[in-house]
Design a protein around this ligand. Structure first.
Ligand code: ARG
Length: 461
């Protein structure tokens, strides 16, 4: 069948060329945005007297009918159409006759696709924000419910200092708050309407771009029509924000994988988010966490792919740009799916504080506090650091820990040691003494929980 754009050429393309050229398989998911955009366009054409009022109404009704039929399943996409825009216009003309052919006045598919994609991503951004909020609320709840759990904090994956498990969990909440901030920020720049840019140079018709933008909920219009049709920064920004979000989910997933191993056993995942092995009967594998970690690479790939597609593209629209949607949709779908699993997986994991405490008591993670004890008694920190290190070495040789090291042995290193040393190096004391803002004591962690609650209100409204 000849293309709708047949004219200068016969419109008879090779079927294999059609396969390369076609995007309806991907962009059909923007049908709602495409139809809403076209309804606003028809209203603008009618208001401006570019077409008759009755014609505008007929177009709007016709478009509404197509939307209803698509949603109810009585109308299917015609996959032989080049893209969603052609499909809707073809269907409209089939229903309305010549009036249908008036819709595409004072616009081009170039500004139309830019409009649809902005509207689509705006909706998805709202969905992702909702999911981030849910995850933030789950993290805060898990932190609140486990305020007594003490675990080793790690640096270099070596036991470093004792911390509250809640403190570590809230570190992820901080990351998610920044993710939400980035998405909010990106939506501000996304919410600018390109429609009316037309092919690239604007139009000779007396259009009202502000009216059309306002009808569709945009804050403003693109002020340069060439940029209006060429800009995909909003996709790249969104994908960058999603890449960072995925990086955070991936780091958390890595901890979940580690913590649910026999070596750590700090948590146990619910059966709903683990799998068994087909050969090893004892296995309970954290596949979901591994997949979230794995899919992070995929979202990075989507971002890198689109950045590469746009590198060196001359102005204005080029068909290369049709590649944007697959990448953006994949990044959005992947991030949403991962969040949807992360929320209940985190919310249902069992925290095992006894195992955390056991690990915290056997790694000399109170050695800093031993040094601080001597400092408080008047010794310079460097000397205290050295003696504490020597005591750790002596403990290791004798099979002891700082809590079981005898007072006479301590006093062999320094006369400053007294009975109260044991109180100062108690694991819980070590945690509770860290009352600095943002620190690990329960007072500081409670303050963080309250702060996050406030931030959630500010960011999400
Ligand atoms: N399917 C195209 C895309 O997704 C729509 C714009 C086509 N414009 C054009 N001049 N061929 O980018």
């Amino acid at each position: 069948m000849a293309k709708m754009w047949a004219g200068r050429t016969s419109g008879e393309t090779d079927s294999i060329a059609d396969e390369l050229n076609s995007s309806i398989g991907t962009d059909c998911r923007m049908y709602r945005q495409d139809i809403e955009g076209s309804r606003a366009h028809a209203a603008m054409l009618g208001k401006q007297g570019i077409i008759l009022h009755e014609e505008a109404e007929e177009l709007r009704e016709g478009l509404k009918g197509i939307l209803e039929d698509l949603e109810s399943g009585t109308l299917d996409f015609d996959m032989s159409c080049e893209d969603i825009h052609m499909f809707v216009e073809q269907e409209l003309t089939a229903r309305l006759g010549d009036v249908g052919k008036k819709l595409h006045t004072a616009r081009s598919r170039n500004d139309q696709v830019a409009l649809d994609l902005r509207m689509y991503l705006r909706d998805e951004a709202a969905e992702i924000m909702k999911l981030i909020r849910e995850l933030l609320e789950v993290l805060t709840r898990v932190a609140e419910e486990n305020m007594k759990a003490v675990m080793p904090g790690y640096t270099h994956l070596q036991r470093a200092q004792p911390i509250l498990f809640s403190h570590q969990i809230l570190a992820y909440a901080m990351m998610l708050l920044r993710d939400a901030g980035r998405i909010t920020d990106c939506v501000k720049r996304m919410n600018v309407s390109p429609i009316g840019s037309c092919a690239l140079a604007g139009t000779t018709y007396d259009t009202d771009r502000e009216f059309e933008a306002a009808e569709l909920g945009f804050d403003s219009i693109a002020m340069n029509s060439i940029d209006g049709v060429s800009d995909r920064d909003f996709c790249l920004e969104m994908m960058s924000a999603l890449s960072i979000l995925m990086m955070h989910l991936s780091r958390f997933s890595e901890e979940i994988v580690l913590w649910s191993s026999w070596e750590f056993k700090f948590i146990e995942l619910s059966d709903s988010y683990t799998t068994g092995s087909s050969i090893m009967p004892q296995k309970k594998n954290p596949d979901m966490a591994e997949l979230i970690r794995g899919k992070t690479g995929r979202v990075y790939g989507d971002l890198m792919g689109l950045l590469t597609t746009f590198k060196g593209l001359p102005l204005a629209y080029n068909k290369d740009m049709q590649e944007d949607k697959q990448a953006v949709f994949d990044a959005v779908d992947t991030a949403e799916l991962c969040l949807k699993v992360m929320i209940p997986m985190t919310g249902t994991m069992k925290v095992l504080p006894a195992n955390m405490m056991k690990a915290a008591q056997s790694g000399f993670i109170n050695a800093t506090d031993l040094a601080d004890y001597l400092v408080k008694k008047g010794m310079p920190f460097r000397s205290a650091y050295k003696i504490s290190g020597q005591i750790v070495a002596d403990c290791i040789e004798k099979g002891l820990v700082l809590e079981t090291y005898p007072l006479e042995s301590y006093r062999g290193w320094s006369e400053l040691f007294e009975e109260d040393v044991y109180e100062d190096i108690g694991i819980v004391t070590c945690v509770e003494k860290r009352i600095s803002k943002g620190g690990t004591s329960s007072v500081s962690v409670q303050e963080q929980i309250a702060w996050i609650g406030q931030q959630i209100k500010t960011v999400f409204g």
